[in-house]
Design a protein around this ligand. Structure first.
Ligand code: ADP
Ligand code: MG
Length: 726
């Protein structure tokens, strides 16, 4: 128990925390009713819309067809009636600006009319709104006098009602563009990239002799890791509530070394919080499937069933909102920083990605004899080529100040992008690379279940590999390098676009090789697959991504190792990225350059905030605590000296040494902070090369002081308290 009054008070209150179990009901009969109740879903639309209107809306949602204004008017009216029945007073266009957060502007349905008020909601208000865009990052896309930004209804993502204790709002997912039509958000390129992938995949499927493959969608299932920290302790840590991560904190006596947390019994207070968050997600039609303890103390995970990439993205953003607000009700703070605690595992968001359609199924499903499955091989080859060509871009989509502390930290994938295929597939692709055909697939082994009457089940083709940033996991790829706080849009846009472009490359080569030759498709495919793999299979790596040997091997293979955000971000507007993104109609050069600028600026701001706070806490919290402790020691030393006692004098000398060290480290940091740099890129380099190392020196001295300063003088909750008290 802490002797410092603020910490003492917080801990006493945690110990007597009233439990919230019992204030809501999470039982199956309830869930049945609740699921999707706040969503204006297809079946609700079918009931409320005229047949023709419903048909054209459904066609727009499922096949990307356009809808006209008369349809929008009727949909808006039905949507409004439904929302009013459910008690909504306002509607909001929800959009996803380049801050990576969710933005919304609320307007009421009610307008004064004669005797009272009248609820209004025209098709025009559904289709388009005009929030002032001047304060959103635009990276030079427009001057502030051209502040107009438009949000446009995204019909492919269902509208929903967001309930709070006090009232409800109808939320309409939208895309956000400037008045010149340039993308100012994460949704616009996501929709464009899905269209590109659909186009390319259909073209390849047609070459495979499938004239009507139907709409092909990218699919995504994001697993979210997060920490739950007691809110009373959190609010005594300005670094946590300002930066999301601790800038100070000595290594605790107990960390995660016992490995007693992973998949352990979920603590009851946490479980109650998870259940309530899931209940809220269910109301919103978010198909949450999995919950469990993660590796670090106080770390947990939630994962949904996958959906089409666009809906999965919106649902992921909502899941984060719900987790944070429900956690607050339970006296927790939900931390989604990538590395909130040094020396303790950080949090990622594994984005599972594939592509497929209602008619053709999952196109990355290998089947039990993958060497036969030419279609799988073609699509997987396109992914391999895309990831090799655009390793840098993929790395850039997971780059941020926060994620830099996680990637390569021996618990998360390295900053080198590579693909894990597992033994069986790696073997198949190796055969294809050598000869253009694969005669057998190295059996994953068969598991005999102890009795011959049971069927022989194929074992998973290849083990799991936790060290790979991009792993094939049976019938999808899992992009593990994504940070916990990230919008999944960036990684999805990149994957959809580069894979679409690679699929088209394959199509063109196959068409060229088989031109004029009847029945030459199979030979052409084999030739092209072989050709592509010979060039790009260097990206395949099944070994240990954490090892030093891999860094050397990757360098030998010519793979990129972009260690930090300033190293990675230039890839967003590289000539290679621009060429492919323009060809696929996803983002123009101007849009890409603006994104790179925004993300670089945001990096500079993050390090700027962290370094200022490091200095502030160092000077106004830690040094004074150490000085107070020194005064006590000096007094003790005086008292004991006559009797020959030396301990206090010795302790005082230690404090003197460390406070001097801290004080000079702070001076050095402040000197670097005072330097100004013209360009954003120069500022980012200064931040990563100079400022961050100087912050680490401050921290080293401060953390050493934490280990010797009397507990009664130490105001910041310790790692022990933050990670273990709940
Ligand atoms: P784990 O990776 O822990 O083994 P699962 O295999 O259950 O977990 O899947 C993890 C995530 O991958 C889930 O969100 C799941 O819905 C998603 N997923 C499964 N199939 C696909 C797919 N075809 N496309 C995208 N995501 C998928
Ligand atoms: Mg997983």
């Amino acid at each position: 128990m802490s002797n410092h009054p603020a910490r003492h008070n917080a801990i006493t209150r945690i110990a007597s925390q009233p439990r919230l179990e019992g204030t809501f009901d999470f039982r199956s009969e309830k869930l049945d009713v609740v699921y999707g109740q706040n969503v204006f879903s297809l079946d609700k639309m079918e009931k409320r819309l005229p047949k023709g209107v419903f048909k054209s809306l459904k066609n727009a949602i499922e096949n990307g067809a356009k809808i006209d204004n008369s349809v929008a008017d009727i949909v808006a009216s039905a949507m409004k009636d439904w929302a009013l029945e459910r008690g909504a007073t306002h509607y909001a266009h929800v959009f996803y600006p380049l801050t990576g957060l969710t933005a919304e502007k609320h307007d009421t349905f009610f307008e004064p009319s004669g005797s009272g008020t009248l609820a209004q909601f025209a098709g025009k208000a559904l289709i388009q709104a005009e929030p002032d865009a001047s304060s959103f990052p635009n990276g030079g896309l427009r001057a502030t006098f051209e502040a107009r930004g438009y949000t446009a209804w995204d019909v492919t993502s269902p509208a929903y009602i967001f309930d709070t204790e006090n009232g409800s709002t109808l939320c309409i997912p939208t895309a956000f563009v400037s008045w010149t039509g340039e993308a100012l958000d994460k949704k616009t390129p996501l929709l464009r990239s899905m269209a590109a992938l659909n186009r390319a995949a259909r073209r390849l499927l047609k070459l495979f002799g499938n004239p009507e493959p139907g709409y092909i969608a990218a699919t995504a299932g994001p697993e979210q890791e997060y920490f739950l920290i007691d809110s009373r302790l959190y609010h005594l840590r300005p670094d946590l509530y300002t930066c999301g991560r601790s800038l100070f904190g000595a290594k605790p006596a107990k960390g995660q070394e016992f490995e007693d947390q992973y998949f352990g019994t979920i603590p009851s207070r946490v479980l109650a919080c998870m259940m309530e968050a899931e209940l809220e997600c269910f109301k919103l039609g978010i198909p949450i499937k999995t919950r469990h303890n993660e590796v670090a103390p106080a770390q947990f995970e939630v994962a949904p069933i996958f959906e089409t990439a666009n809906v999965a993205h919106d649902h992921q953003m909502l899941t984060m909102t719900v987790l944070k607000s429900v956690a607050a009700k339970h006296g927790f703070v939900c931390l989604m920083a990538e590395k909130p605690f040094a020396g303790v595992n950080g949090s990622g968001k594994h984005v599972n990605w594939s592509l497929g359609g209602a008619k053709v199924g999952n196109l990355l499903e290998p089947g039990s004899t993958p060497h036969d499955n030419a279609q799988f091989i073609a699509f997987a080859t396109a992914v391999i080529r895309a990831v090799d060509l655009h390793q840098g871009l993929l790395r850039a989509t997971v780059a941020s100040a926060g994620n830099d502390h996680r990637l390569g930290a021996n618990e998360a994938p390295p900053a080198i992008i590579s693909i894990y295929l597992g033994d069986m597939l790696a073997d198949v692709f190796e055969q294809l690379r050598k000869s253009g055909s694969a005669k057998s697939s190295k059996s994953g082994g068969t598991m005999h279940l102890g009795t011959d009457s049971l069927p022989v089940l194929p074992k998973d083709a290849g083990d799991r590999n936790r060290t790979s940033p991009f792993a094939f996991t049976g019938n999808k790829f899992e992009f593990r390098a994504v940070g916990s706080s990230f919008s999944i849009a960036g990684p999805l846009v990149a994957l959809n676009t580069i894979v679409a472009d690679s699929i088209e490359f394959l199509c063109e080569r196959i068409e060229a090789e088989s031109k004029g030759k009847k029945g030459a498709f199979n030979d052409a495919l084999a030739k092209v697959v072989k050709e592509v793999l010979q060039k790009h299979s260097r990206i395949i790596f099944n070994g240990n991504g954490y090892s030093e040997a891999w860094h050397k091997e990757a360098e030998r293979r010519g793979l990129k190792n972009l260690r930090t955000t300033p190293d990675a971000l230039p890839e967003i507007a590289s000539a290679r990225t621009v060429e492919v993104f323009e060809r696929q109609g996803v983002l123009s050069k101007r849009e890409l350059v603006s994104r790179e600028e925004i993300y670089t600026h945001s990096y500079v701001l993050s390090v700027g905030t962290e370094s200022k706070l490091t200095s502030e806490i160092g000077r106004t919290v830690i040094l004074p605590a150490a000085f107070a402790h020194a005064r006590d020691l000096a007094a003790s030393h005086e008292a004991l000296k006559a009797a020959g006692g030396k301990a206090a004098g010795k302790a005082l000398a230690d404090v003197a040494k460390l406070t001097d060290q801290l004080s000079s480290a702070l001076d050095a940091l402040d000197k670097l902070r005072a330097e100004s740099h013209e360009g954003t890129h120069e500022a980012a380099r200064h931040a990563v090369d100079k400022v961050l190392p100087a912050m680490l020196k401050v921290r080293a001295a401060a953390d050493a002081l934490e280990e010797i300063v009397a507990d009664a003088h130490w105001p910041l909750p310790t790692y022990q308290e933050l990670l273990f008290l709940r």
